[in-house]
Design a protein around this ligand. Sequence first.
Ligand SMILES: [Fe+2]
Length: 352
Amino acid sequence: MLQSLGARARRAFFLVPFAYFATTAISSAGEADVVNIYSYRQPDLIQPMLDAFTAETGIRTQIIFAQKGLEERIRAEGANSPADVILTSDISRLAAARDIGVTQPVDDAGISANIPPQYRDGEGHWFGLTLRSRVVFASRQRVAQDAITYEELADPKWKGRICTRSGQHVYNIGLIASMIAHHGEAWTETWLHGVKANLAVKPTGNDRAQAKAVYAGQCDIAIGNTYYIALMRTNDKEPDQKAWADSIKVLFPNAAGRGSHVNISGMALAARAPHRDAAVKLMAYLTGDAAQKLYAETNHEYPVKAGVPVSEMVASFGRLNADPLPLSEIAKNRRTASELVDRVGYNDGPNS
Ligand SMILES: [Fe+2]
């Protein structure tokens, strides 16, 4: 039997912008055959894995999707929260969920065996499911070099040639936090000033919009996540995006050195988790071969589990040499990264 949300939970829901129910009601307790997922990931990106899980186990899943505020929502719901599993598309929100106390540890030998230690919390509060590298989208026409470093993005030779989305977006915060981990705060502030001075325009739009800007000649290099190239190249709904992607080549920054920055999409078990056993089953399933293969083939992400191959298209980008920095180090520096973005006025653009 489905139960509708309590009044308190409903109130919390309406405070969350951009949220919607993918299902008409969320089961709050009592059913062993359902898992309630609070997701920052678009439902269509995860539905194939969830369907495969249901087919194998008979356990249903229900998704609440939002672009922000899910951990605050779970906190507001308190003891009434129907949330079992939290899914995110980056490390910052996993760390934030742990920080405000809406996660609980999971100690599962199968999950730990499938996920390398640098991609999960040491105490089991969060786990990476897939990797995405934050790479340089370089114009095939206007950029001759085939190698680059993040450090080089501050070199005046790129003046007026770089496009990025907002410095405060979680994907850029992850990258800047990794720079702090490698070089320290003061060095990273100077570097970020340099990158800002090289921007062609004020940061705007998403990662795909940066590829479009390179295609349109607005800038020569942009920063974006690997899977967007593949999703644009195969986009039959918006075929214009194929031309954007075809105009750029993927440069893996620091490939010959410490490796390219990677972020994770990941999961956490909610603190109350009314369907704990089913939730842990789902979490284990998502780290297994079948789901990891779907992540690779359908979403063009890098599987977190060793031995699961990447998609053919992702393989065509070249080999990813991932920076081995533990994601917990990136999580630690995320607030400082956000402060730096404000302090240098990154989002005000190059001429401010
Ligand atoms: Fe994304």
